[in-house]
Design a protein around this ligand. Structure first.
Ligand code: F0G
Length: 418
């Protein structure tokens, strides 16, 4: 049977307990599944056999549910799926040159149904919401979680409430959340305030909390790792680089890598490199001191998705960094924007938070932590169109901006030749 266990005090609870933290001590929960019927090569073959895009409707071609034995084995019926996942691994010469890593691939999670990796967690989160009979769902969000929850909640037929930091959510994300029909509450405070409020009140108000503190979200996000291993013929890269905000993905990646190794899906652990924005880097600060203190700060960065000062999945993320011999660093906003521009000009595109990973990799190569001979996968977490304001602001001041012309051949000729 699948069960939940507290990371802090080891207290166990059933898989259908709706609490998103340990009832005994308030610690974070992990979901643990029974060992799958087969392991090693047989398990790889099973997952590979489900790769066909024409798989049956009963077994949709979801890049999450393809790995269902490791995600939520009990969810045979009633799965809420778009489907999601199946995102590409991209190699781009300009990015290899800019970062200094020839064997670089970008896994573009912005190609999920709502344009971010959150869909991998939400398909599991809403499936679990149905299993426990939730009547309404809620999250706090910097924008992507809310867009994803709104879409999957609509698909599940459940009322959705989202709390967002007033004035600090990128336009694309806000538009999506409204369009999918969520009730949007703009809180006078930052993301950390919003999350604190929903954590304190969700259960009391009869709302099922679907932030990544919810361990079922983590189970879905593990499939980013399973899928990238599968795309690389089950050969783990030397490094996996990702941006860190609330640290749900960091937690999911560490758990996935350890499970993949234990089940014989791969033969070694990749090292994780987590990149925070310099103005929102409590985890990087703590890493530099051997994780002796937990920091909490008032966050500020142009990358609004990771404008987070008190990450919820802290203890899970410490475990992930320790288990994978990982590193945590921070990069200033200027480098995030420079990296974004290189990703955009490669014809790939991503939102600012995603570019933090690319900027971080360049720094890690510069400092000698990552060697140019190593293989690296950077996770692009969100789509370019999530944050159109930042692109338009840049165009207004940049040389490659928009130029107004008269509707004449002469004006067009001058523009083309000039
Ligand atoms: N990248 C993007 C595009 C995100 O939206 C987020 C988090 C992260 C990175 C950081 O991931 O929290 O797992 O460390 N966005 C959350 C939200 C907080 O509400 O959409 P993390």
């Amino acid at each position: 049977m699948t069960r939940q266990a507290c990371l802090a005090c080891a207290q166990e609870t059933s898989e259908l307990d709706p609490a998103t933290r340990c009832r005994a001590c308030g610690g974070l929960l992990d979901v643990w599944h029974p060992e799958p019927p087969v392991t090693g090569q047989a398990l790889r073959t099973l997952f590979d056999s489900r790769m066909s895009p024409l798989s049956s409707p009963a077994s949709p071609s979801s890049g999450v549910w393809r790995f269902r034995e490791l995600v939520l084995p009990g969810a045979a019926a009633g799965v809420v799926s778009y489907p999601e996942g199946n995102t590409p691994l991209l190699a781009r010469e300009s990015l290899s040159i800019w970062t200094g890593v020839p064997a670089l691939a970008l896994k573009h999670e912005g190609e999920n149904p709502t344009g971010s990796f959150k869909d991998r967690g939400m398909t599991v989160g809403l499936t679990q919401a149905r299993r426990i009979g939730a009547r309404a769902v809620v999250c706090a969000s910097t924008g992507n979680t809310s867009a994803s929850l709104a879409a999957y909640g609509a698909q599940a037929g459940l009322p959705v409430f989202v709390l967002i930091p007033e004035g600090k959510v990128a336009l694309g994300k806000l538009a999506q959340t409204l369009a999918y029909g969520a009730r949007v509450l703009a809180v006078r405070g930052d993301f950390d305030t919003c999350l604190g409020l929903v954590e304190d009140s969700a259960e009391r108000l009869g709302l099922y909390l679907l932030n990544s503190v919810n361990p079922f979200r983590i189970e879905g996000q593990k499939t980013i790792i399973f899928e990238l291993l599968q795309q690389r013929a089950w050969r783990a890269p030397d490094w996996i680089v990702l941006p860190g905000g609330n640290l749900g993905n960091t937690a999911a990646f560490g758990k996935a890598l350890q499970e993949a190794l234990a089940l014989g899906l791969c033969d070694r652990l990749s090292r994780l490199a987590v990149v925070q924005a310099a103005g929102a880097a409590p985890f990087a600060q703590s890493f530099a001191e051997g994780f002796r203190h937990r920091y909490e700060l008032r966050a500020e960065t142009v990358a609004t998705a990771i404008r987070i000062g008190n990450p919820a999945s802290w203890e899970r993320a410490v475990r992930a960094i320790r288990a994978t011999n990982g590193v945590v660093l921070s990069v200033p906003d200027e480098e995030i924007l420079a990296a974004k521009s290189v990703v955009d000009r490669a014809g790939v595109g991503c939102e600012p938070a995603s570019a933090a990973g690319v900027a971080g990799l360049r720094r890690l190569v510069g400092s000698g932590t990552v060697s140019p001979e190593e293989s690296v996968v950077v996770i692009l977490t969100g789509h370019l169109l999530k944050d159109p304001e930042i692109v338009l602001e840049d165009a207004k001041v940049g040389t490659a901006g928009i130029r107004e012309i008269d509707p004449t051949l002469a004006a067009l000729k001058a523009a083309v030749e000039g």
